[in-house]
Design a protein. Structure first.
Length: 210
């Protein structure tokens, strides 16, 4: 496979490589130097595969950085989004190699850490009055393992969260009788995943102090 054309991309430090078989590959100036690429150079199939893999690793790493720039991400979130990104371009085996390499690099740099992500994400949702069950299920859905979830939720005070949430809703129920309020709180709490013991503990205290 022969490199027949080399042109700069609009993005600084990026180049398009054109090969005689019609293949076009985007690389950085760094890869250009690492592989000693020049017009007229012939690459063996193995050399081209290494170059292609390195190119997609670069692109996937930059994709991950953009995602992390928006908000913190769990390892599984990054993995799934890179899988979607690479799906059309690489077969499953090559995708796995690229994604694993990028994940390891991000972990080594401290840019993804499931424990820190779980702590951040839980803090973001505590003010919304999420129950322990809701928090657990959502963290699990994001690929956080049970040990990390248990550690993060070890000091979570579900009663306090429910009380905080009820204070925000109280004005909407001020015309109801205590029996109506109790029924409303019960159904409302259960729909949000709070357990019966938590609701029973909070409900009488809330009604007595209003």
């Amino acid at each position: 496979m022969e490199l027949v054309k080399l042109t700069p991309q609009r993005r600084s430090g990026r180049w398009n490589l054109y090969f005689n078989e019609g293949t076009v590959l985007g690389v950085s100036t760094t890869l250009l130097a690492d592989f000693h690429l020049r017009i007229g150079q012939s690459l063996t199939p193995q050399q081209f595969q290494r170059l292609e893999t390195a190119s997609w690793q670069e692109k996937s790493y930059q994709k991950a950085l953009r995602l992390l720039g928006r908000r913190q991400q769990s390892e599984n979130e990054i993995r799934e989004k890179l899988e979607q990104y690479l799906y059309r371009f690489l077969p499953v085996g090559k995708r796995d190699i690229v994604i694993k390499t990028v994940i390891r690099k991000l972990q080594k740099q401290g840019l993804i850490n499931d424990l820190e992500f779980a702590r951040w994400w839980t803090t973001q949702h505590l003010s919304r009055g999420w129950s322990r069950r809701q928090l657990w299920q959502e963290l699990k859905r994001k690929g956080i393992n049970k040990e990390v979830i248990s550690q993060v939720l070890a000091n979570y005070q579900e009663e306090q969260s429910l009380r905080s949430l009820l204070r925000k809703k109280w004005k909407q129920w001020h015309n109801m009788t205590n029996a109506e309020k109790k029924r409303k709180i019960w159904l409302w709490g259960r729909n949000r995943g709070f357990n019966s013991e938590t609701i029973e503990e909070v409900i009488d205290d809330v009604l007595e102090n209003r």
